[in-house]
Design a protein around this ligand. Structure first.
Ligand SMILES: [Ca+2]
Length: 186
């Protein structure tokens, strides 16, 4: 019967079209990353973040701490500061070092935001300051493997305040601006 022949052909024709579309879409998707090469700020960046917990009684905390870096080219997003290995973070008079990674270079940083979730016993935290140092990317692994490039300037974000609902202004969320590192005895 002609109708049967026609009905059999129609779906297979449609299938062919679908396959073509899928192939097309995959082709386009595969091409997209290449097209983005010319886009601004496309390469990922890493920032070394050093957090100094103040030398004050009960300064340490076991609460979770989060950071956002703000640059002229965008922000890092809300990121939890966590250690690669198990370590008691954010204890009194202690420096904890982290890496914050972003999908593009943020440009000159003008602000950071630090926040704790206030969890755990004695959740209060006295933050001394935060140092942020943009890291140069290992574009070509060198044989020497020493320090990356020249010295890159660290940004000093002073705080010297509590992140504690029962201390000071009670804030658990602060924005810090870069400033001059106070000289000892100065
Ligand atoms: Ca701790």
């Amino acid at each position: 019967m002609y109708s049967g022949w026609a009905n059999e052909n129609a779906p297979s024709g449609a299938k062919c079209l679908e396959l073509l579309e899928v192939t097309d879409q995959r082709y386009i998707d595969a091409m997209l990353p290449d097209d983005e090469d010319g886009a601004e700020g496309g390469s990922p960046a890493t920032y070394k973040v050093e957090v100094y917990t103040g030398d004050v009684k009960y300064a340490g905390t076991d609460a979770n701490v989060y950071i956002t870096l703000y640059g002229v080219e965008g922000d890092s997003g809300f990121q939890k500061l966590k250690a690669g290995k198990t370590k008691n973070l954010f204890e009194r008079d202690q420096i904890d070092t982290f890496e914050v990674m972003t999908d593009h270079d943020l440009g000159p940083l003008h602000k950071i935001r630090v926040k704790t979730d206030g969890t755990g016993l004695g959740a209060g935290w006295f933050l001394g300051h935060v140092l942020v140092t943009p890291q140069s990317l290992p574009s070509s692994p060198s044989a020497g493997g020493g320090s990356p490039n020249d010295e890159i300037e660290s940004l000093y974000f002073g705080c010297n305040q509590w992140f504690d609902v029962t201390e000071g202004d009670g804030l658990l969320d602060r924005e810090l601006k870069p400033g001059k590192k106070p000289r000892p005895g100065g």
